[in-house]
Design a protein around this ligand. Structure first.
Ligand SMILES: Cc1ncc(COP(=O)(O)O)c(C=O)c1O
Length: 389
C-alpha cells in the first residue's frame, strides 16, 4: 500500500544523501535530488527479506538473474510494446552506469554525440568519459515545437549517437510519437545509435501517454539501446539497480563486454535484482497510487509557483520535478538557490550548466515527491521569501 503519511523524517535524516535530508541542517527542506521521501512498497522489502532469510549470497549469473531478465522483458513487451527478449537485457548497478557503458561501448575519442539541452548531466558525463564531445541540441519546454531542422544541422561526420531522455529531466517534457519519429528518421538517415534513457517513463501524468523509442518499428529498434532504472518509480536509488536492453546480439555483446560483469569487476547486486523483480511483478497498485499522489503534488507545486510574481512554471507532463523560469525575479539561479537556502530554509537545484547544460539558465529545479504537508510548508516559505524581494 502506498501512503505518503508514512514519511519517516528521522530515518531520512540518517539515510537520504545526494543533497537531501542527511546533508542539510535540520530546519531545511531539501527539494533537491529527485528521490522520493516515501518508503518503498512493502512487497519489495518483503522480497529482500525472504531472499536474505535463506542466507545464501553466492555469485549470481554475470548476465543477471533469470527472474529479473524475464520480468524486465515482460515489462517491455506489455507496458512498452517492444518485442523484447530476456537474452538481450541485463541488469546494471544503476541507470547512470547504463548510460556510461552505452557511451563507452559506442563512442570513440573524437566522436560526437547529441544531447538535449537542458538535460541531466549524466549524458555529458558518459560521453566525455569516452573522450567524445557532447553537442547540445536546445529543446524547448512543454509543447513548444522542436526544431528538427536544427537537429539535422548538428549532425556531422563524427556524430555517432543521439541521447534521448524521455521523459526529459529537468523540464518534464514527454515526447510525442511524431517527435520520436522525427528523431528516429534522422538516426536512420545518418546511421546513428539512439541511447534512450527511460528511467522516468512510469512517471507520466494523464492525459499524456508514454511511447518508447524502440516500439517504433524494427529499423529504429535495431539501433536503439534502452536504459532504465528503479530509482524514480520505486524509490530504490540506494539499491543502485537499472537495466540495459539491446535489440540484436552484436549490440548486446558489445554492451555486456563493456560492463565488465563477466570478470566480476562490476555487477548488479543480487538483492537489488530481487527488489527490482518484485517491483515489476508485485507493485503495480503501489505505483498507480504513487503516481496519483504525484499528480496532486505537481498541481500543488506548480500552482503555488505561478502565484509568485516573477516566477513562471509549466506543469511537467512527466517526472516529479518542477522547473520554473525565475528570470522575472531578477535573480540568477545561483542567487535564488542561495536566497532560498538562507532565508526560506528550502534547498533547490540551480539551473547551472554543470547540472543540466546551458539551456537551464534562468531556472531552478524542485522535486515534489514528498507529502502535501511538507510541500505546502516549502511552498509557503519560498513564496514569502521571494515576495519580500
Ligand atoms: C534522466 C536520468 N537518468 C538517469 C538517472 C540516474 O538513475 P540511477 O539512480 O539509476 O543511476 C537519473 C537520476 O536523476 C535521471 O534523472
Amino acid at each position: 500500500m502506498f501512503d505518503p503519511a508514512l514519511i519517516d523524517l528521522p530515518i531520512l535524516r540518517r539515510r537520504a544523501y545526494n543533497l537531501r535530508w542527511a546533508t542539510v541542517p535540520a530546519d531545511v527542506i531539501p527539494l533537491t535530488a529527485a528521490d522520493p521521501d516515501m518508503p518503498c512498497a512493502p512487497e519489495i522489502a518483503e522480497a529482500i527479506a525472504r531472499f536474505a532469510r535463506e542466507r545464501y549470497f553466492s555469485y549470481g549469473p554475470p548476465e543477471g538473474m533469470p527472474e529479473f531478465r524475464e520480468s524486465m522483458a515482460a515489462y517491455f513487451q506489455t507496458r512498452r510494446q517492444i518485442p523484447a527478449s530476456p537474452g538481450w537485457i541485463f541488469p546494471v548497478d544503476s541507470a547512470a552506469f547504463g548510460i556510461y557503458i552505452t557511451c563507452k561501448a559506442f563512442l570513440s575519442a573524437g566522436d560526437e554525440a547529441i544531447v538535449f539541452d537542458p538535460v541531466d548531466f549524466l549524458f555529458r558525463y558518459g560521453i566525455e568519459a569516452a573522450e567524445a564531445r557532447a553537442v547540445p541540441f536546445a529543446i524547448p519546454p512543454g509543447e513548444a515545437p522542436v526544431d528538427f531542422g536544427r537537429l539535422e544541422q548538428l549532425i556531422g561526420k563524427r556524430t555517432r549517437m543521439i541521447c534521448l531522455c524521455n521523459p526529459l529531466n529537468p523540464t518534464g517534457k514527454v515526447f510525442t510519437r511524431q517527435e520520436l519519429q522525427q528523431v528516429a528518421e534522422l538516426a536512420v538517415k545518418y546511421d546513428l545509435i539512439i541511447l534512450s534513457d527511460e528511467i522516468w517513463s512510469d512517471i507520466v501524468y494523464s492525459p499524456n501517454a508514454y511511447i518508447s523509442m524502440a516500439s517504433l518499428g524494427k529499423e529504429v529498434r535495431d539501433r536503439t539501446i534502452t536504459v532504465t532504472g528503479f530509482s524514480k518509480s520505486y524509490g530504490l536509488a540506494g539499491l543502485r539497480i537499472g537495466a540495459v536492453m539491446a535489440s540484436c546480439r552484436e549490440h548486446y555483446n558489445l554492451l555486456f563486454n563493456t560492463s565488465l560483469h563477466k570478470s566480476t569487476v562490476h555487477g548488479a547486486n543480487l538483492l537489488s535484482q530481487v527488489a527490482a523483480t518484485a517491483a515489476l511483478t508485485e507493485c503495480g497498485d503501489w505505483l498507480h497510487d504513487f503516481l496519483q499522489h504525484l499528480q496532486r503534488m505537481r498541481d500543488l507545486c506548480v500552482n503555488s509557483l505561478n502565484r509568485i510574481e516573477g516566477v513562471r512554471c509549466l506543469a511537467p507532463a512527466g517526472c516529479y520535478v518542477a522547473f520554473p523560469d525565475i528570470t522575472g525575479t531578477g535573480l540568477s539561479p545561483g542567487e535564488m538557490q542561495e536566497l532560498l537556502f538562507n532565508e526560506a530554509r528550502v534547498a533547490v537545484v540551480p539551473g547551472l550548466p554543470e547540472w543540466f547544460g546551458d539551456g537551464a539558465n534562468g531556472h531552478i529545479r524542485l522535486s515534489f515527491a514528498t507529502s502535501a504537508e511538507i510541500l505546502t510548508q516549502a511552498m509557503e516559505r519560498i513564496t514569502n521569501t521571494i515576495q519580500r524581494l
